[in-house]
Design a protein around this ligand. Structure first.
Ligand SMILES: Cc1ncc(C[n+]2csc(CCOP(=O)(O)OP(=O)(O)O)c2C)c(N)n1
Length: 655
């Protein structure tokens, strides 16, 4: 049965003329034992919420996953799909892509991310089990990881967090083959991985990855462990290939006809390419069906659960927001509009969370050790600990990358909406995972505070400059930068309402007066940009701004109006939502008068809104350490500067 996986991997890579045959051939025995005897799944019901999760962190070995899904009977991974491995439009992409087919639990390829996702999945299981009970939620998370995954820095954050939270139902099967691309791993690494995992609170052992009894026994022990488990599986890369087995040559290139013929002979696999004999197919199918009775029993348990529990469980799985959501967010927004407080938008965000947390049990918050700065913890949220998963707030520790990857896992698991905070500057420490949130279309909310030089004295290491532009460059990611409490409530509503995209909320450290006072009907942020203050008379100039700089734009507008220059202020909390609007709306908002954009960040990207005749007032380079007001003056991001530039533009036109 393992040879069927090996042959399919060799054949598909050969046919595609590209891919990675070595890893699937090396790990075929381990994967066979896992699927045959341990993994709880039903190929006919791939969305069964209580299935075990299987994550192929070593995503380059994608043919191992596709072979497993195909042989066990996942409908979407047909033989044709295997033959179209790595071709345009196939489900069998070069690396596993979430959404291409059921059974692909996450997108992997950037090494180590899968381990981080799996930590989130295992955490989600514990959180949901605490809410819904073991009758509905009781499953394990398995990961296959390679040397590369363990060399990546993110693996440290992930295993450290998993060990701390004692996620005992998480098991990593390490493809311990001592080979990576450059050759033997002795070239680059000499960690004692077992000692490393043990030190992080895991159980760890080493087995012969081609001895199926030994693998089985180790997996059985992992099931009994009260800690997460590492099983180092000593394997030979490209097991069976006569010349290339055990060498880096088998890592990432087709084996070639001669080598494949030799492997077929060695493995005793005389069948032509892509042919799997019926009895082996049947044995794999039996594995794919093995979980069906258990899945049926689970459905039965759900069916007899109290109606309220069942409805809530299904709602949480579907991702729909609770009925109280809209009214709650409207109330918070109305309160801001009526009371008009002067608050930092991070404080406004905290007030929104205080209101939402009680009505949204699926909200799981956290921060990478900046809870008191990010203000991510709602009053009612209890901390999650290794002994108590009934809470909904995670102290992620100083592990931004691990937090982001875990949040992807929480979202992928379903049943949870994760959000987590750090300083906006440290989105750079999460960026590979943020990119994957976007690529997978996951509702993960990044609460990123201290969003400009407005943070003041911490200085240029902490002041984001290029981060907004860099985040806006990620496709599908929504980047929100609200200007006051009303906008903050609206942006939170939009982020939560976006089921298939992640959001970044860029929030201020410094206080902001409320701009939108009085009754509020529509969510004006929903269109990405809107006219906050129109010009008195035909527009002579349009001021575009986001977040804290909207206030400068409004002050500049006052001065300009007093001098008889009709200026409009457009608040632009979200470029991506604005870009989704029709051309007429966009043209109407931007107007035909000269445009000046004001944002305390790199100007990069604003040119598409201000055009060639416009101007951008932003950061010329890195920030500096000083009180915020001094910095705004120093970098000339002031209402006076806006007025000066606007007057220049108006004069230019008059000339
Ligand atoms: C973050 C990241 N860096 C680099 C790569 C390129 N890459 C793909 S596989 C690999 C080597 C991985 O070695 P190992 O995990 O031992 O896999 P094996 O050779 O055993 O298949 C590298 C460097 C990647 N996919 N992701």
């Amino acid at each position: 049965m393992a040879n069927a996986l090996r042959a399919l991997a060799m054949d598909a890579v050969e046919q595609a003329k590209s891919g990675h045959p070595g890893m699937p051939m090396g790990m075929a025995d381990v994967a066979t034992v896992l699927f045959r005897d341990f993994l709880k799944f039903d190929a006919a019901d791939p969305d069964w919420p209580d299935r075990d999760r299987f994550v192929l962190s070593a995503g380059h070995g994608s043919m191992l996953l596709y072979g497993l899904l195909h042989l066990t009977g996942y409908a979407e991974i047909t033989l044709d799909e295997l033959k179209r491995f790595r071709q345009l439009g196939s489900r069998t992409a070069g690396h596993p892509e979430y959404g291409h087919a059921k059974g692909i639990e996450t997108t992997t390829g950037p090494l180590g991310q899968g381990i981080g996702n799996a930590v989130g999945m295992a955490l989600a299981e514990r959180l949901l089990a605490a809410q819904f009970g073991a009758d509905l939620v009781d499953h394990r998370t398995y990961v296959i990881a390679g040397d590369g995954c363990l060399m990546e820095g993110i693996s440290h954050e992930a295993i450290s967090l998993a060990g701390h939270l004692r996620l005992a139902k998480l098991t990593i099967l390490w493809d311990d083959n001592s080979i990576s691309i450059d050759g033997s791993t002795v070239l680059a690494v000499s960690d004692d991985q077992l000692a490393r995992f043990t030190a992080s609170g895991w159980t760890a052992e080493r087995v012969d990855g081609h001895d199926t009894d030994a693998i089985s026994a180790a997996l059985a022990r992992a099931r009994q462990s009260g800690r997460p488990s590492l099983i180092a599986c000593r394997t030979t890369i490209a097991f069976g290939a006569p010349g290339k087995a055990g060498t880096a040559a088998a890592h990432g290139a087709p084996l070639g006809a001669a080598e494949i013929a030799g492997a077929r002979q060695r493995l005793g696999w005389p069948y032509p390419p892509f042919v799997v004999p019926d009895e082996i197919r049947a044995a794999w199918r039996t594995i794919g069906e093995r979980g069906a009775p258990e899945a049926a029993a689970w459905r039965q348990r759900l069916a007899v659960a109290p109606a309220e529990t069942r409805a809530e469980f299904l709602r949480r799985q579907s991702g729909a927001l609770p009925t109280g959501f809209a009214a709650t967010i409207d109330q918070v927004r109305a309160k801001f509009a009526v009371e008009a407080p002067k608050l930092a938008t991070r404080q406004c965000s905290n007030i929104v969370l205080d209101a939402l947390a009680p009505v949204m049990p699926e909200l799981v918050g956290g921060s990478a050790d900046l809870t008191g700065s990010n203000l991510t913890k709602a009053k009612t949220q209890k901390a999650v600990t290794a002994d108590d998963f009934a809470g909904s707030y995670i102290y992620y520790g100083v592990r931004e990358h691990g937090m982001a990857a875990a949040m992807n896992g929480l979202a992928l698991h379903r049943g949870i909406i994760p959000y987590g905070g750090t300083f906006l500057i440290f989105t750079d420490y999460c960026r590979p995972s943020i990119r994957l949130s976007a690529l997978m279309g996951l509702r993960v909310i990044y609460v990123m505070t201290h969003d400009s030089i407005g943070l003041g004295e911490d200085g240029p290491t902490h002041q984001p400059v290029e981060q907004l532009a860099a985040l806006r460059a990620i496709p599908k990611l929504l980047v929100f930068r609200p200007a006051d409490g009303v906008e903050t409530a609206e942006c939170w509503a939009l982020a939560l309402g976006e089921q298939h995209a992640p959001s970044v909320l860029a929030l201020t450290r410094q206080g902001m007066p409320t701009l939108r006072q009085g009754a509020q009907d529509n969510n004006l942020c929903a269109r990405g940009a809107y006219v906050l203050a129109d010009s008195a008379g035909k527009r002579a100039v349009t001021l575009l701004a986001s977040g804290s700089e909207v206030h400068l734009a409004l002050a500049a507008r006052e001065t300009l109006q007093a001098r008889g220059i009709a200026a409009a202020v457009v608040s632009m909390p979200c470029w991506e939502l604005f870009d989704r609007q029709n051309a007429a709306y966009r043209a109407d908002i931007l107007g035909t008068a000269p445009r000046i954009a004001i944002e305390a960040a790199a100007a990069f990207g604003w040119d598409r809104y201000v055009g060639e005749t416009g101007a951008v007032i932003g950061m010329p380079g890195f920030g500096a350490s000083a009180p915020a007001e001094a910095l705004y003056r120093h970098f000339d991001i002031t209402a006076e500067k806006v007025v000066e530039v606007a007057l220049g533009k108006v004069e230019q036109i008059a000339r």
